[in-house]
Design a protein around this ligand. Structure first.
Ligand code: ATP
Ligand code: ZN
Length: 226
């Protein structure tokens, strides 16, 4: 993944919560693209900055492999995959360059609403369902708690009702999904938002200047907003 390139390639979510705000932000930074037929690759017109439209889960890996230079992805996803790499003994491959102020949510522990919450010690020996096993395992370890992490790829909030877990660790924004499932949030593991991510090592060709210019523009656009 160290091929030299004179164009910058940014991965953004193809569809979902971060797709439209990511495109709007990059457009506000002065980027424009030629509409492509397949809609997976958008060729940059105003600047040599191309877009790759992908699933959010794939973005950290695409940066790690050097397929993309930058990505717009939730901090939750970036931290999870960084934690997974660390657990597998791999070196850091990407880093957060700038928080983007959209896609805000929290990764929280949520318990059945009838529980009386007394603190993390209560979790000893319990089963916790989550799609973020690395972040959860790291948090449990720092709390000194031995609990069972049950990894689920979706529908985490119904696990307690199904009996596959005692509680959950999931993304929360309004809290409506938790309430609908008779769960209540009790501990915040991560404050998340969309971030601009890049490789741990930076660039040593024309991409360095392009990335620097883009970061300055992102900074300017975000400052105008607040
Ligand atoms: P993809 O098809 O790209 O894999 P997805 O279903 O995994 O899509 P989305 O549901 O669009 O992804 O969420 C993308 C990101 O939006 C999350 O990783 C998170 O950073 C952020 N987000 C903000 N609020 C929420 C929320 N309430 N639930 C889930 N994600 C949220
Ligand atoms: Zn996803």
């Amino acid at each position: 993944g160290t091929a030299t390139r004179d164009r910058l390639r940014i991965a953004i979510q193809k569809s979902g919560r971060l797709a439209e705000p990511a495109r709007s932000l990059l457009a506000a930074c002065g980027l424009s693209w030629r509409e492509s037929r397949d809609k997976l690759f958008c060729y940059g017109e105003s600047l040599p900055v191309d877009l790759l439209l992908v699933r959010d889960d794939d973005i950290p890996g695409l940066i790690a492999d050097g397929v993309c230079d930058l990505g717009v992805v939730g901090r939750n996803e970036l931290d999870e995959q960084a934690g997974e790499r660390a657990r597998n003994g791999l070196p850091p491959a990407y880093r957060e360059l700038h928080g983007l102020g959209f896609g805000q949510c929290r990764l929280m522990l949520a318990v059945p609403e009838e529980w009386e919450w007394q603190g993390p010690q209560q979790l000893q020996g319990l089963r916790i369902a989550t799609s973020y096993p690395a972040i959860l395992a790291g948090w449990l370890q720092r709390q000194g708690i031995d609990a069972h992490v049950v990894e689920l790829s979706g529908s985490v909030e119904i696990a307690p009702r199904l009996g596959t877990a005692d509680l959950i660790c999931d993304l929360v924004s309004s809290g409506a999904t938790l309430a609908a499932n008779h769960l209540k949030p009790v501990e915040n593991l991560l404050d998340s938002e969309a971030v601009l991510a890049g490789p741990a090592g930076g660039f040593d060709d024309a991409r360095a200047g392009l990335a620097q210019m883009l970061l300055r523009r992102v900074d300017g656009v975000l400052q105008l907003k607040d």
